[in-house]
Design a protein around this ligand. Structure first.
Ligand SMILES: *[C@@H]1O[C@H](CO)[C@@H](O)[C@H](O)[C@H]1NC(C)=O
Ligand SMILES: *[C@@H]1O[C@H](CO)[C@@H](O)[C@H](O)[C@H]1NC(C)=O
Length: 478
């Protein structure tokens, strides 16, 4: 999929915000028809002198450039009449090759707006730049400042400014607005008022630059992960499957309702390159079609509680999730036969909590990824540990494949990880960070056993007190 091309047109209705720059210090730069003639030797000076420097990069002999040179000169003289703060400059890229190279200019004609003397983060303007007509001075400076501020923060999109009536009419605009234009898509609009702040506009851009449904692939993945929207509804589906079109339509129509709240993502399970992402979600090809909600803030996942894949089901699911009513999905392999018959117990998602948080057992668990040689290398050590503690009823040694089983624990994503769950009532978890050798681990386990014994004795006293108080209260009531 090609990245979506986006550009912005900022529409200024009545504002003429530009005022004269008080001419001082530094020697003036040569101008040609009110356009600074910029060269390698004066470019830095121009940046210093003009906090808003709109630079036209052109190749004089090319047809495209010629048109834009004329338009640019016209704009320049009008800006001068209007006593504008924006200064125009031109760079002939056929002569100023070094300068163009330093500034990383790759196309001519092209336009960049350099703000506050920063040569590294110019605002890229599409060459549809329209000259600003000098009008009355009903200044809306705040709105403009906000727009420039947004432009300076959103480096990946080109920005532009226009006052053209035709454009206003075309997009049905009557007030100062920011338009987001996407190739072959309808334009999205946000009106700028005196209360609009930079964050509003950036949020608007980030939400609307994405299509309603974004298909996951190498190009879109970072856009998806960096989205300002933290709730993602993910549809896993084989695009070659019969019902695909219908499901996609339902998915897309729901997406519209939740724009800005839930990001709709599609993962093609028939695409071999999606193996990794499916593994991440523990979704197998044969599980599709399947829908998951993911909260990117805490990585919790919620599974659509239905086999129906229609718009109503999607809508209900999104609503119940947003209201905090969706059921958390806990992933588990089936409990293996004889999981507790071997010295090292095999845990899965379903039996994990019951085994680990047992107030009569000190449980040592290895969290491993089966494909990791570093993890597998610890299996014999685990056997040795189980053997060492085989006479101790209160010690359990276990392991769990953390790639196939979700546990409700805060885990670092590096495996192997060894944790101990001491025999206390409180759900205590202690991470082991020492050497992965028999002796230090045995020492660690024994120290934790001792600590647990003392803590549990105290817990028992507290529990007894509490129970006695309850009994006393009950008696009194009688
Ligand atoms: C030009 O590109 C290079 C390499 O990406 C970068 O280091 C340099 O800062 C850029 N220069 C400007 C003026 O953006
Ligand atoms: C997503 O997770 C964050 C952090 O735990 C939480 O504050 C937020 O409420 C969650 N969102 C929903 C819709 O459950």
């Amino acid at each position: 999929m090609k990245p979506v091309q986006v550009y912005l047109v900022y529409v200024l209705l009545s504002a003429c915000v530009f005022r004269a720059l008080s001419a001082k210090d530094a020697e003036p730069i040569q101008e040609d028809k009110n356009v600074l003639v910029l060269t390698e030797s004066n470019f830095d000076r121009a940046l210093k002198q003009h906090s808003q420097l709109l630079v036209h990069f052109y190749a004089p002999l090319s047809g495209d450039s010629l048109g834009s040179i004329l338009e640019f000169a016209k704009a320049a003289s009008e800006l001068k009449e209007a006593e504008s703060d924006v200064k125009l400059g031109g760079v002939d890229v056929t002569k100023q090759k070094e300068l163009a190279k330093t500034l990383n200019v790759t196309a001519a004609p092209s336009l960049r707006l350099y703000l506050s003397g920063d040569q590294y983060n110019p605002v890229y303007c599409p060459v549809i730049f329209q000259h600003l007509e000098s009008t009355n001075s009903d200044v809306e400076e705040g709105v403009v400042t906000v727009f420039y501020d947004v432009a300076a923060h959103v480096a990946d999109l080109p920005f532009g400014v226009t006052q053209r009536k035709e454009i206003f009419n075309k997009y049905d605009i009557t007030d100062d607005s920011v338009l987001l234009l996407r190739k072959s898509k309808t334009a999205e609009k946000i009106e700028m008022t005196s209360t609009t702040v930079k964050e509003d506009v950036i949020h608007f851009i980030r939400i609307h630059e994405m299509p309603l449904v974004t298909e996951y692939n190498g190009k879109t993945s970072s856009m998806i992960l960096n989205s300002v929207v933290q709730n993602h509804l993910v549809l896993f589906i084989d695009k070659a499957e019969k019902g695909f079109r219908q499901t996609q339509r339902a998915f897309k129509s729901t997406a519209k309702e939740f724009r800005g709240k839930v990001l709709f993502v599609l993962i093609d399970t028939g695409e071999p390159r999606n193996g990794r992402i499916m593994e991440y979600f523990h979704v197998r090809k044969e599980d599709a079609p399947l829908v998951r909600m993911v909260n990117l803030t805490n990585n919790f996942q919620y599974q659509l509680p239905s086999d129906l894949l229609d718009a109503q089901t999607f809508t209900d699911f999104c609503e119940s999730y947003l209201q905090g009513n969706a059921k958390l999905k806990l992933q588990s392999e089936p409990v293996p036969d004889g999981w507790d018959k071997q010295p090292v117990k095999e845990l899965v998602g379903i039996n994990f909590e019951r085994v680990s948080f047992n107030h009569n057992k000190n449980v040592l668990i290895l969290f491993y990824a089966p494909w990791s040689p570093e993890c597998r290398a610890l299996f014999p050590l685990l056997e040795e540990l189980a053997e060492h503690f085989s006479e101790n009823e209160d010690v359990v040694v276990a392991r769990i494949d953390i790639t196939a089983n979700d546990v409700n624990l805060r885990m670092s994503d590096r495996y192997p990880t060894i944790k101990m769950f001491p025999a206390v009532y409180a759900e205590r978890v202690v991470s082991y960070s020492g050497e992965r050798k028999l002796e230090p681990i045995v020492e660690f386990v024994n120290a934790e056993r001792e600590r647990a014994k003392m803590d549990k004795a105290e817990e028992e006293i507290e529990r007894k007190k509490y129970l006695d108080a309850q009994k006393a209260a009950a008696k009194e009531e009688l």
